[in-house]
Design a protein. Structure first.
Lengths: 409, 603
């Protein structure tokens, strides 16, 4: 019993366990959605092999010395930026975005690597001894580290990944302890930008709210004025970004605002996804028996819309179990982040949590029809090797942080 | 617990709440969809759903130069069974109707067991229309039985054309991987010949249609009367340069022979006929392509899949003497009045024979009589390198860029080549054989045809091609593809000298006087390609009529012996067919179609 206790002290089964179940559920869904699709034959086997490989990656990362993450932060970050530039030049276009580099038969997304190296670099910067996150200089520097890759990713253009980065950046500075006013300064442009998407009236209304909040904070007039100007700029910048979006992404945002306006175009996937999940009922139609899935109403269902397969074939019970597993995983990582004695590692863990969480929220929000269709995968469940490997790599880091949580630096 | 300044409990709580609220929102939404409104979604799912289906376009067809259909499409009905709805008791009845052996259907269904029971299984291709009518009438009593129509290639003109047309085949997994945006599993794609080269033009653009289907994937009707449908765009209908009549005659002449024939319109590079014998029956590819048929073709010792017209290489024999003559004239190595003495042969290291004693002959006479002695000497006057340079100007030692797939380059040896093989001191006597087109030199039939076209049209033609352009149904016009020009920079008077020699081959006292025609002045040059493995190959290269040539040709008949005897009569046949036709001026194309536009190939 002592030995068992010892293992539990070093290895967090509660972290790996939900992930294994999620992966197996994903495999079942991939199997079900590809069995009738001759063009997707072999995806199940590929995912299974990559799963084993990803598990190895997990254990290797788990056993690395945590110092390595600090050492690798800056070189890794610079390499990521270089690759993000390279991908713009030689990248392979997949559904409108130039985000893949092919090495032989392998595909690789530099933005996946950039996620983790950006977390490292921001965490490294934020744990420098003389940092004051509420000073404009330090805040801007921290934001710059995070936003440079975002700019490059928007050029691909890959809206989904850019949003993941934004969530990650905000979470990191929040965890570092930014004041509520500082957080307001960072978040308000995002808020205004989103509002401006809905039209000029919403844009003006959001600006009005900003003015009210600025008045409440009672900072000096010059400072308040600058922040207002920043928000104004964000609104116009959004307009620019919207135009940068590929037409299919623009259509998806329009379709989200009113899916029934175009039931056969951009709204098609969204409606079919809802029908699939809704028709699953309490217990689902049974494995391999969901007619929406088996008749392939949703194209490439094994990737971003994989949750529909579970919703349709395993019903409310199955869907809720998946939801519960994610919730369990997230609270577990949060606990690890909180209990780590090393601030750098604590920030890394919270950054990883934010990456998982934003993927989860956008993907499920999209699938159940409360968010626009932005194509990002559901961690550990969706088909896709690149994302599975990176997610297991990050999970390995979290497990590593658990292992070393009592070490002071 | 917590002593550090970072990660305050409040912030931990805020993040916790954010996660909790998000999960709760999704959870509530699931509850609403799957429990509260489940019935309405179920209704949508099972009663009727809008489904997007891809509609394949009709593949472009081939016309000949006079708008006769060479390759067309015809519908074939395919009987299918959807296992999930099907009742096995129907097996016996269906087998009787489609005239299949007992147990056939369960066998096919067994083979497809590992696919989903919702997926239709193709039971038999090419079922009779009566069967289709019977299925329509009794559909109520035939659950899970339906049929679809697929288009197949047919060849209504009675032209085989196997090597130039090519065939279509289900796309391979490998090709599918690289061209995912255009193809889906089960699509057909052009293999070989024109079907392959012009695949992008022929395949058209896929459309899509929205239909209402029930949970069994059965179509209930169109969605919004098809307002949202995008109809497919038919592939381009190609107008070939081939003349069906000439091609048919050529194919008839080559029955039971081995060899190749290419006929070209000299002024345009348009190929009037192209064949490689033996050929194979393209109809065999139309229905379920049996693997047996393909492997049978692969293993046939006669190599019917091999396109002899573009890929077989042989020494050109005496047909090359015309090239040598015009080269010597153009370089000034000889004048038209220069004569050599032929006493039945000449000695270069060893004795090189001529097939007669021609006495003093000039260049025109030498071509007419095919005097070896003259040309043995001539090649030394020209020199190996200039000879090679002129041969290349006429298109040898290179691909002609004909618009169908594989092609051999042949070989024109030079000094480096001989040095590589025999060392620096290679015996110069080897060159004598080259003078009469034997030895290491090798050419393809398509190269010889290009050479004939260049001679006929005084050094000007276009790269040989099989497709003129496509027929635009909306404007009723031919839209031409562009092809590159080919030029040989030699003065016209030199062409006139050698062409006079070629005229005399048939119409003087030459080697092919037996094909002299009352109606048309045929010019040509016989050749015999030495074959160390068996009987020699017969060659005939030429054009007609003498003044203002309309057709140039190269004919190779393998393993039959002397060229004048075996290859030349075929030339006469095709020349007569084609020129008689031109005389009657039956070209429908020129009447009905004005040729206005030009577009780049494969665009």
């Amino acid at each position: 019993m002592r030995i068992d206790y010892h293992i539990k002290d070093k290895f967090d089964f509660e972290l790996l366990f939900p992930v294994i179940i999620l992966f197996i559920a994903g495999l079942a869904a991939i199997y079900s959605s590809t069995i009738n699709n001759p063009a997707a034959q072999g995806n199940f086997q590929k995912q299974l092999v990559l799963g084993v490989f990803a598990l190895i990656v997990f254990f290797v990362t788990y056993s690395l010395p945590t110092k390595l993450f600090k050492v690798a932060a800056v070189p890794g970050y610079i390499l990521s930026l270089l690759l993000l530039v390279v991908v713009l030049v030689i990248g392979k276009k997949v559904s409108g975005s130039r985000s893949w580099i092919s090495i032989g038969f392998l595909g690789f997304q530099p933005s996946e690597l950039a996620k983790i190296t950006t977390i490292f670099s921001m965490a490294l910067f934020l744990t420098k001894s003389n940092i004051n996150i509420d000073s404009l200089k330090d805040l801007l520097f921290a934001l710059a580290i995070g936003l440079i890759p975002v700019m490059l990713i928007l050029l691909e253009p890959d809206m989904g990944t850019a949003i993941v980065f934004l969530g990650m950046i905000i979470t990191l500075i929040f965890w570092k302890g930014i004041s509520s006013f500082g957080l307001f300064v960072v978040l308000s442009p995002v808020f205004v930008a989103l509002a401006s998407l809905f039209g000029i009236a919403y844009f003006l209304a959001s600006l009005a709210i900003i003015i009210v909040v600025l008045l409440i904070f009672k900072k000096n007039i010059f400072f308040s004025g600058s922040i207002f100007a920043l928000n104004l700029a964000a609104g116009f910048f959004t307009d620019y970004v919207y135009k940068v979006l590929s037409p299919h992404q623009q259509k998806r945002i329009q379709a989200f605002m009113d899916p029934m306006s175009d039931p056969l175009g951009s709204g098609y996937n969204s409606i079919q996804a809802k029908v699939a999940i809704g028709s699953g009922g309490l217990t689902g139609k049974g494995f391999l028996s969901g007619n929406q899935t088996q008749l392939q109403f949703i194209p490439e269902q094994w990737t971003d819309f994989v949750y529909c397969v579970i919703g349709e074939e395993f019903g409310f019970i199955g869907s809720i179990i998946i939801l519960g597993l994610f919730f369990y995983l997230f609270t577990r990582i949060l606990k690890i982040a909180y209990s780590s004695k090393d601030e750098f590692l604590s920030l890394v863990a919270i950054g990883i949590l934010s990456v998982y969480f934003v993927h989860f929220a956008i993907n499920l929000g999209m699938v159940v029809g409360i968010m626009p269709v932005i194509g990002i995968p559901l961690p550990f469940v969706s088909y896709g090797g690149s994302s599975l490997l990176v997610n297991m790599f990050m999970l390995g880091i979290v497990a590593n942080i658990y292992r070393t949580r009592k070490n002071y630096t | 617990m917590k002593s550090e300044s970072f990660a305050s409990p409040q912030r931990r709580t805020i993040i916790y709440l954010t996660i909790l609220i998000s999960v709760a929102v999704v959870g509530f939404r699931l509850f609403e969809m799957q429990i509260l409104n489940s019935e309405s979604y179920e209704l949508k799912s099972s009663d009727n759903s809008i489904k997007q289906v891809v509609v394949s376009p009709l593949r472009g067809i081939f016309y000949d130069r006079n708008m006769e259909v060479l390759v067309g499409n015809s519908p074939a009905y395919i009987l299918r069974i959807i296992p999930s709805d099907y009742d096995k008791k129907l097996n016996n009845l269906l087998e009787k109707v489609i005239d299949a052996d007992s147990g056939f259907i369960s066998e096919v269904l067994d083979k497809n067991k590992h696919f989903s029971k919702y997926l239709p299984v193709k039971i038999k291709k090419g079922i009779d229309f009566n069967v289709v009518a019977w299925i329509e009438e009794n559909s109520e009593n035939l659950p899970g039985v339906d049929y679809i129509i697929e288009m197949h290639r047919n060849y209504p003109a009675g032209v085989s054309g196997s090597h130039m047309f090519g065939y279509i085949k289900e796309i391979s997994a490998k090709q599918l991987e690289t061209e995912k945006e255009h193809y889906r599993q089960g699509d057909n794609v052009g293999c070989n010949g024109i079907e392959k080269t012009y695949e992008k033009n022929l395949r058209g653009i896929k459309g899509n249609r929205f239909i209402l289907v029930d949970s069994k994937r059965k179509k209930i009707g169109s969605y919004k009367k098809g307002d949202n449908d995008h109809p497919p765009l038919k592939g381009q209908d190609l107008v070939l340069t081939i003349d069906a009549d000439v091609q048919r005659v050529a194919e008839e002449e080559f029955k039971g022979k081995r060899g190749a024939l290419v006929a070209i319109e000299p002024s345009t590079g348009e190929i009037l006929a192209l064949l490689s014998a033996p050929d194979y029956d393209l109809n065999q590819f139309s229905y379920l392509t049996s693997k047996d048929f393909l492997s049978q073709l692969y293993n046939d010792p006669e190599k019917p899949l091999f396109n002899r017209a573009t890929m077989s290489v042989k020494p050109p024999g005496s047909t090359f003497k015309v090239l040598e003559a015009i080269t010597a004239l153009a370089l000034g190595s000889i004048t038209p009045s220069t004569t050599f003495f032929c006493g039945g042969g000449i000695t270069y290291g060893r004795f090189f024979r001529c097939h007669g004693s021609h006495g003093r002959v000039n260049v025109i006479k030498a071509i007419e009589k095919s005097c070896n002695t003259f040309f043995y000497q001539l090649i030394y006057k020209i020199g190996l390198e200039p000879w090679k340079q002129y041969a290349e100007m006429f298109g040898f030692n290179n691909k002609t860029n004909i618009d169908i797939g594989e092609e051999s380059k042949g070989l024109i040896p030079d000094e480096k080549y001989y040095e590589r093989i025999y060392g620096e001191k290679w015996p110069r006597s080897i060159m004598a054989s080259l003078g009469i087109g034997q030895g290491e030199v090798s050419v393809t039939p398509i190269q010889l045809a290009l050479y004939a076209a260049l001679l006929a049209n005084n050094g000007k033609t276009f790269e040989p091609h099989l497709v003129k352009g496509y027929f635009d149904e909306t404007t009723n016009k031919l839209v031409r593809y562009k092809f590159k020009e080919r030029n040989v920079d030699i003065e016209k008077k030199y062409f006139d000298f050698v062409k006079e020699g070629m005229f005399l081959v048939v119409n003087g006292k030459g080697t092919a006087t037996h094909i002299r025609s009352e109606d048309f002045e045929i010019c040509g040059k016989t050749g015999t390609s030495q074959n160390p493995h068996g009987k020699d190959h017969a060659l005939f290269v030429g054009f007609a009529p003498y003044k203002d040539p309309q057709i140039a040709f190269a004919i190779v008949v393998e393993n039959v012996g002397f060229g004048g005897t075996h290859a030349a009569p075929i030339a006469k046949k095709i020349v007569e067919v084609y020129l008689n036709k031109l005389k009657r001026n039956t070209s429908k194309l020129d009447e009905s179609i004005t040729q206005v536009e030009s577009r780049d190939l494969l665009n």
